[in-house]
Design a protein around this ligand. Structure first.
Ligand SMILES: NC(=O)C1=CN([C@@H]2O[C@H](COP(=O)(O)OP(=O)(O)OC[C@H]3O[C@@H](n4cnc5c(N)ncnc54)[C@H](O)[C@@H]3O)[C@@H](O)[C@H]2O)C=CC1
Ligand SMILES: O=C(CO)COP(=O)(O)O
Length: 319
């Protein structure tokens, strides 16, 4: 049995694809109403038009869901600490596969570090890469990175979680995988803002390239292998999220650039991650100019036009 914590778009999509490949899946949702809707109607507002297979059973009992040997976590990153803290069992030996993308703004920790901190006996892994929930739920071809520090557990998880439409590449570099997934959201906001402001696609390509450079710089500071960043979890996801209006982070940036109201109800992980990265970059002395300016723009300390001018006015340097 596999459990998925978080019945948002991504958690539900993963539950669908795993159930379609024959797995029994327990899907934890916070609200009893959401559980009832999933179990009775087999539909969810998070994935309109998708019928949930009978092999998915929704529950609002978090401790029951967390008792599975493999537990995928797809709640928003800023709620991860609260969710793990509510689980009373130590989860010793449980394979906790983190599917959320971000950095905890209060602690500065990534999702695997947060998990290791709160559930030290569990085995954390990361599932990340370019994948919109709607694509996964429709069974469209998708490839992700599965990262686990223990190579044998990583191999077992790769076999367990891969499906005919979901191809998984394996790595032991959890730091590179989680930071690639977290940091690309910040760059996607920058790219959306750039297009929304009318700065053009050449400027976006420059932001993606220099954004990738700073993502790699911070990840390497934490010991990541730069090759991980060139894989699904870094470059792959950066390309998807910085170029598609299906991305909430990109759309958030677009709205800022167009001076339209932003959707405050959407899960836009890059906003809090930009704040977390700005704190980290200042504390560690790692140069992260695009992420820092995204923080300024998202907190309304500067306009998109001022942000672009500030980036262009930086001193000239070697590539
Ligand atoms: N939607 C997508 O295409 C993808 C999303 N992800 C990641 O998955 C994570 C979740 O995103 P989505 O499912 O898209 O978000 P969503 O906005 O569709 O759903 C978020 C879910 O979290 C629940 N939630 C909110 N606050 C909570 C709390 N305090 N405790 C427990 N649950 C809470 C909500 O009820 C909702 O069911 C994010 O980190 C995101 O970056 C990763 C890849 C693709
Ligand atoms: O992470 C994603 C695609 O890989 C989803 O992107 P958004 O969270 O920006 O919608």
């Amino acid at each position: 049995m596999i459990s998925v914590l978080g019945a948002g778009a991504f958690g539900t999509a993963l539950a669908v694809v795993l159930a379609q490949s024959g797995k029994d899946v327990t899907l934890w949702a916070r609200s009893p109403e959401a559980v009832e809707a999933i179990n009775v109607t087999r539909q969810t507002s998070r994935l309109p038009g998708v019928t949930l297979p009978a092999k998915i059973t929704a529950t609002s009992d978090l401790n029951h869901a967390a008792s599975a040997p493999v537990v995928l976590v797809a709640t928003p990153t800023q709620t991860l600490r609260a969710v793990l803290s509510q689980i009373t069992a130590p989860m010793t030996g449980t394979r906790i596969v983190l599917c959320c993308k971000g950095i905890d703004v209060e602690t500065g920790m990534g999702v695997a570090e947060t998990t290791a901190h709160l559930k030290p006996g569990a085995i954390p892994a990361i599932l990340t890469g370019p994948s919109f929930a709607t694509d996964i739920a429709q069974g469209l071809p998708t490839a992700l990175t599965l990262a686990c520090a223990d190579p044998e557990v990583g191999k077992a998880l790769q076999l367990d979680l891969a499906t005919p439409s979901l191809r998984l590449y394996r790595t032991t570099d959890t730091i590179g995988a989680e930071l690639g997934g977290a940091l690309k959201n910040v760059i996607a906001i920058a790219c959306g803002a750039c297009i929304g402001e009318g700065m053009g696609e050449s400027a976006r390509a420059a932001l993606m390239t220099r954004g990738f450079a700073e993502m790699t710089r911070l990840a390497m500071h934490f010991g990541a292998d730069p090759r991980t960043l060139t894989g699904m979890s870094g470059l792959g996801d950066l390309m998807l999220t910085c170029t598609s209006e299906k991305s909430r982070n990109y759309r958030h940036g677009l709205a800022l650039g167009r001076q339209d109201p932003v959707d405050r109800t959407a899960t836009v992980e890059g906003v809090k991650t930009a704040e977390a990265v700005t704190r980290l970059s200042k504390r560690l002395g790692v140069d992260m100019p695009i992420s820092e300016i995204v923080f300024e723009v998202t907190t309304e300390n500067c306009s998109v036009a001022e942000a672009i001018t500030a980036l262009l006015n930086r001193s000239l340097k070697e590539e």
